[in-house]
Design a protein around this ligand. Structure first.
Ligand code: GLN
Length: 245
């Protein structure tokens, strides 16, 4: 399982997900505490953020360990926004190790990350004619979610229900075709976050100025709350909601 994390709230830098917390994604890349599958997340990393100047996110991905990028600490200190997503990757056996297979995947204003694995055949026809960024299973899941979102919201009106509904539909469809699949997805559009717990851990932590979401807690603060397995978490500026899938 890879590890991912996101923030929705007052603008802050990506270091707040990666470097600053005691168990941020930098530490989780070599010493995750809750990871059940895989040990080290050294097959790549990525981050995305929303600059007020553009509706589409800025994305930075590398197919190297997060600790091996000497430029990252400086970049992550100035890359900031009110909606952030970052991930470190432990590639599933048989999946390509390349930048295009590394989260976050992107389309339009959406970003998506996946912890887990799924048979590629189980998701191939969920994306319609839309091409995935890579042959990696996670890229196929992302293409399926983006396809749902484009189909559901052609006017490109942001909708919390739409983002959560797209994740829920893709996860339940993929799980029906591959009952062994692990499908923890995390997605955002600049104004909201949505995440699924399906086979791996997921936590959220309400803060005075926003909400953190992560595969596992970024620190030992007691405010981290587990999301039950087979649930959908949706975070908007109005608060967080968890519902069963
Ligand atoms: N299956 C995905 C990949 O190969 C995600 C792996 C993971 O969660 N460890 O990248």
């Amino acid at each position: 399982m890879c590890r991912h994390a996101a923030w929705l709230g007052a603008p802050r830098p990506l270091t707040s997900l990666i470097h600053e917390p005691e168990h941020g994604l930098m530490r989780q890349s070599y010493a995750p505490r809750r990871q059940r599958h895989g040990t080290v997340n050294a097959d790549g990393f990525g981050m995305g953020w929303y600059d007020p100047a553009a509706p589409e996110p800025v994305r930075y991905r590398r197919a190297i360990p997060v600790w091996a990028d000497a430029n990252l600490p400086g970049l992550a200190r100035v890359a900031r926004g009110g909606c952030l997503l970052a991930a470190v990757r432990c590639a599933t056996v048989g999946m390509p190790v390349e930048e295009s297979a590394t989260a976050p995947f992107a389309a339009g204003r959406w970003l998506l990350s996946h912890n887990g694995r799924v048979a590629r055949d189980a998701v191939r026809d969920l994306a319609g004619a839309d091409a995935a960024e890579s042959t990696c299973d996670s890229a196929g899941l992302a293409a399926a979610v983006f396809h749902r979102l484009r189909t559901a919201a052609p006017s490109s009106t942001p909708s919390a229900a739409g983002l959560g509904a797209a994740l829920a539909e893709v996860v339940t469809s993929a799980a029906a075709r591959d009952p062994e699949a692990r499908l923890n997805l995390l997605a955002c559009d600049g104004t909201q976050l949505a995440a699924t717990a399906w086979g791996d851990t997921l936590f959220h932590r309400p803060c005075p100025d926003g909400v953190l979401v992560a595969s596992e807690p970024l620190c030992d603060d007691p405010g981290w709350r587990p999301v039950p397995d087979r649930s959908l978490l949706v975070v908007t500026p109005d608060g967080s909601r968890v519902q069963p899938l």
